[in-house]
Design a protein around this ligand. Structure first.
Ligand code: SAM
Length: 282
């Protein structure tokens, strides 16, 4: 299974490199910006500061991978792609016992974490929000990018109390001071986070993974976005529900540019972009 996944990903990268040639020739700076982000991620092009942060965060990932301490996780999300959790079950949360090592498997891979890092390096948002902290790996990549940029703050949200505590410790240990972690269900905290931090330049949604909830979060954040904002959705092909949610989102008239990368989708709000554009690398 792992080898098949590896081959499919390598084939995807070949398709991406081909598409990059077209994207890099586009007139619009935002489209070219996205293409640069993807090109640098595929080539793993890192400057000295980026190299240092990536090394530290990957060391943290390695430690988490080998940490078999038990952890009690309360999951307010959809579970697995085939789960049929009801709204009520997701609201109450599913409590289970796991280990840090197993929980770490939910962290974004080094490739996609670097993609998020590069996105922040390129577009330089000042206010960034993440839905779904888990153990803090993607949050660390994004906050490290803000640190290198020299400004900006990441607010990351997590429903599972034990994961919040572990993430706080992880952020302190690797020396990130520009992250605020908000503990609790997204539905309870999102509006306050948006209100307190508006206008929002960047949001990464990597939690819940339920069609209705994802569309609701998208609709909730729209009025709080700045004139030029980025909204990233993870796992857009993860389940039937997430595929439908993604379709609804990209059809929204509020979105000016879409980059569908199969695993993850990037939406840009930028009224300078002439005519809505949708690019797909599948
Ligand atoms: C896939 S993991 C996030 C991984 C993380 N972004 C990374 O790459 O390092 C999703 C996280 O979202 C949290 N989550 C899911 N649904 C939630 C909800 N409705 N409210 C709060 N947290 C939620 C889960 O507890 C889980 O830790």
């Amino acid at each position: 299974m792992r080898i098949i996944r590896y081959i499919l990903f390598e084939l995807w990268k070949i398709r991406a490199k081909r598409k990059l040639k077209t994207l890099l020739k586009e007139e619009d700076p935002s489209i070219r910006g996205l293409a640069v982000v993807l090109r640098e991620t595929i080539k793993r092009k890192l400057d000295i500061e980026e190299k240092l942060w990536v090394k530290n965060i990957e060391q943290l990932r390695h430690k988490l991978k080998h940490n078999h301490t038990e952890v009690i996780v309360t999951d307010f999300g959809a579970g697995t792609p085939k789960s049929t959790r009801t709204e009520q079950e997701m609201l109450v949360g599913m409590v289970s016992s796991s280990t840090i090592s197993k929980t770490n498997k939910g962290s974004k891979s080094p490739f996609w974490s670097l993609f998020l890092h590069k996105l922040i390096r390129e577009f330089k948002p000042k206010t960034a929000i993440e839905l779904g902290t888990c153990l803090g790996i993607s949050a660390s990549y994004q906050a490290a990018a803000l640190t290198i940029n020299g400004s900006g703050k990441l607010i990351t949200m997590e429903g599972s109390v034990e994961l919040v505590e572990i993430s706080k410790e992880n952020f302190t240990n690797i020396g990130l001071i520009n992250i605020e972690i908000v503990s609790g269900r997204f539905s309870d905290n999102l509006l306050k986070v948006l209100e307190d931090n508006k206008p929002i330049d960047y949001i990464f949604i990597d939690g819940h993974h339920d069609e209705k909830a994802t569309v609701e979060y998208f609709e909730a954040i729209l009025p709080y976005l700045s004139d030029k904002a980025i909204v990233v959705f993870d796992d857009i092909s993860w389940s039937k529900g997430m595929k439908k949610a993604w379709k609804t989102i990209i059809n929204s008239s509020e979105i000016d540019l879409v980059l569908d990368l199969k695993a993850l989708g990037v939406c840009l709000i930028d009224k300078n972009i002439k005519g809505k554009k949708i690019y797909k690398i599948r």
